[in-house]
Write a protein that binds this ligand. Structure first.
Ligand code: FAD
Length: 607
């Protein structure tokens, strides 16, 4: 049905489910939560409650790629709040973004579908998680996805619910990205046609897979795993309760362990602070994302003792790892002014052009609205770049090791990109006021120079005991000097690309954040400190690791169970033991698929 006449999604309200009992209660109906709820509810004999802070809002317009990726528009379900001042970055605050809507961040993200490489998961395995090696996780990637291009490798899935496709360079909406590709090739980079094949090169300019269907509509995990028809069909055993924010999980004490027995929640939209609760028969699974899951755990008495006591929360389990290892891909926008027509500004500033693009999309499913902000990216190992000039000279073969060949951590690290340069026909600065004041009316193009394996870490901590209060996020960016050195290399590479674009005649009119390519280290460091920002790839705040771990204390075991609480699991980006060297939504869904199988297995559920 066409917007605005969308058929109603079967959402329940808190009062509809109050005092009920469920086998499984899932907290957070985001990227992971929707996939998990879908898989668990395949068995009609189990009862599931999915509690989501946001609403469904699944209108036609919410699936138009460019419109749904506009996170500055709150109608999309995107929410934001400021991080704590970034000590190493001029005490600035970066904007934290998340999708608080059914489908979570997969409803508002840039739709890039990348799994990460063989080495990413072999690192997880070599960190003591053999069940999470590439070989072991590959079946779950395949199970979830449906790649539209049948010519892609056997490592790709063809019959899963989550559709993705690549868009050929000739169809990319902005010429500037095609020019960037040609310039990367001129600098010696190969073109990667499938970043998700097992043998994808580590260094190269990639045409990205995007979670877009045949009709050029966004496919979030809501549409993929819990479309309206499925939700209606399973209404008897799956209750999807939206606008419901979980305030805490209640536990009973059993011998040395605690057990989750009840979940308390309240409406996230009503002024009333009335609380509701449901009883848990089997398990609670927290899927509230890397900023939300530690918040839910800490509100429930699981986290660093001292921090919980500061907030007068009774300690159920002292787990110092909760919220303690926030890992994100820090990035620096290298931005130029370009002619308006070369940038997304051209539809934002002209109502006529905007209307024409809208009708073009409506009638032919082509034009700028059919794409998200990103369609391609350059992935690079910094070891392939000259220390002073960032000139590209491939050293170690770019082909990754075969899966499961027992490669050491060192070798795995050698086969991972640690820099990504995202070409974006927009400003990419995260200061909204500056964006409105300086960039809303001019054409802008950016290389978002991103560190894929930064050393610096941050934290997520409670602001208060009110679940509606956004948690305090310390990003910790650039605390480690190695990150600054890596950022310099990434910026210098972006500037080399810029020089090549100018040499090929592309009008990069003037640098906005981009300095001259002759800039010295001190000038680059000033740029890094004044511009470093989040890439929204929050992870690792409830790491899969032993409670006492040489790297940092863990929160969940290899079956994603919270240490000491056998019927409480965490399943989302927060469990990553090590951040993946690419975008995170595909790995998150892999985690949800694997978690569903582990839960089914441990309760011997019929599939
Ligand atoms: C703007 C943006 C662009 C991005 N672009 C890309 C991209 O192009 N490709 C890519 O791979 N990755 C991208 N990412 C990252 C990726 O989308 C996320 O890493 C991934 O979706 C996170 O999934 P999750 O399940 O861990 O959390 P989420 O999808 O964020 O889900 C968490 C859910 O929990 C709910 N919740 C939180 N607290 C509570 C509570 N107390 N009670 C009830 N519900 C609660 C939230 O409302 C939300 O729905 C992007 C992220 C953002 C924000």
């Amino acid at each position: 049905m066409w917007w605005p006449f969308a058929l109603k999604y079967p959402e329940r309200q808190p009062e509809d489910v109050d005092a009920n009992e469920y086998d499984y209660v899932i907290i957070g109906g985001g990227t992971a939560g929707c996939a998990l709820a879908s898989r668990l509810s395949e068995d009609p004999s189990v009862s599931i409650l999915l509690l989501e802070r946001g609403v469904a809002n699944n209108t036609w317009i919410s699936r138009v790629p460019l419109i749904s990726s506009n996170i500055l528009n709150p109608e999309t379900g995107a929410v934001n709040w400021y991080s704590e001042p970034m000590k190493e970055c001029d005490d600035r605050k970066s904007l934290i973004f998340r999708g608080d809507v059914l489908g979570g961040s997969s409803r508002v993200n840039a739709m890039v579908y990348t799994r990460g490489s063989v080495a990413d998961y072999d690192i997880w395995s070599s960190m003591g998680h053999p069940e999470w090696s590439y070989e072991k996780v590959l079946p779950y990637f395949k199970k979830a996805e449906m790649v539209l291009d049948q010519s892609k490798s056997d490592a790709r899935g063809r019959s899963g619910p989550w559709i993705n496709q690549t868009i050929e360079p000739s169809n990319w909406p902005f010429r500037v990205v095609r020019v960037a590709k040609e310039c990367a090739e001129a600098l010696g980079f190969h073109h990667i046609t499938d970043t998700n094949s097992t043998d994808a090169l580590c260094d190269g300019f990639a045409t990205l897979d995007l979670t877009i269907d045949q009709n050029m509509q966004r496919v979030s995990t809501l549409e993929a795993f819990l479309p309206r028809e499925t939700a209606l069909k399973r209404e008897k055993n799956l209750s999807i309760c939206t606008a419901s924010i979980v305030s805490r999980i209640e536990f009973s004490r059993e011998k040395a362990n605690s057990r989750a027995k009840r979940v308390h929640f309240q409406s996230s939209i009503s002024k009333s602070r009335k609380t509701f609760s449901v009883n848990v028969k089997k398990e609670v699974i927290v899927c509230s994302g890397a900023t939300g899951s530690p918040q839910v755990l800490m509100l429930s008495g699981i986290g660093p003792r001292k921090h919980l006591e500061e907030h007068d929360i009774d300690v159920v389990r002292d787990l110092p790892g909760v919220g303690s290892e926030l890992w994100d891909h820090v990035s620096v926008p290298v931005t130029w002014e370009v002619p308006v027509v070369e940038s997304v500004t051209y539809i934002a500033t002209s109502p006529l052009k905007g209307a024409l693009e809208f009708f073009k999309y409506l009638l032919t499913r082509t034009g700028v609205l059919s794409f998200p902000f990103q369609v391609a990216s350059l992935f690079v190992r910094s070891s392939s770049l000259d220390d002073q000039t960032s000139e590209f000279t491939p050293g170690i073969p770019s082909k990754p090791p075969d899966p499961g060949d027992g490669a050491s951590v060192l070798r795995n690290h050698d086969h991972l990109p640690d820099i990504e340069i995202m070409p974006l026909a927009t400003s990419a600065v995260d200061d909204l006021e500056e964006h409105k004041a300086r960039f809303a009316k001019i054409g802008v193009f950016s290389f978002l120079a991103t560190l894929l394996r930064p050393k610096s870490r941050g934290t997520v901590r409670l602001r208060s005991v009110d679940p509606l209060d956004r948690p305090k996020v310390e990003l910790g960016f650039m605390a480690d000097a190695e990150d600054i050195a890596l950022a310099r290399k990434a910026i210098r590479l972006s500037l080399r690309l810029g020089d090549e674009m100018k040499a090929q005649g592309f009008p990069l009119i003037r640098g906005i954040t981009a300095p001259e390519s002759t800039a010295n280290d001190a000038e680059l460091d000033a740029l890094i400190k004044s511009r470093a920002r989040t890439t929204y790839h929050y992870s690792s705040t409830c790491r899969m690791a032993p409670e006492i771990d040489p790297l940092a204390p863990g929160v969940v075991d290899d079956a994603l169970r919270v240490h000491g609480i056998p019927n409480l699991r965490v399943c989302d980006a927060s469990i990553f033991p090590h951040i993946i060297s690419t975008h995170l939504q595909a790995p998150v869904v892999m985690v949800a698929e694997k978690c569903a199988d582990m839960i089914k297995e441990s309760h011997a559920t019929k599939i």
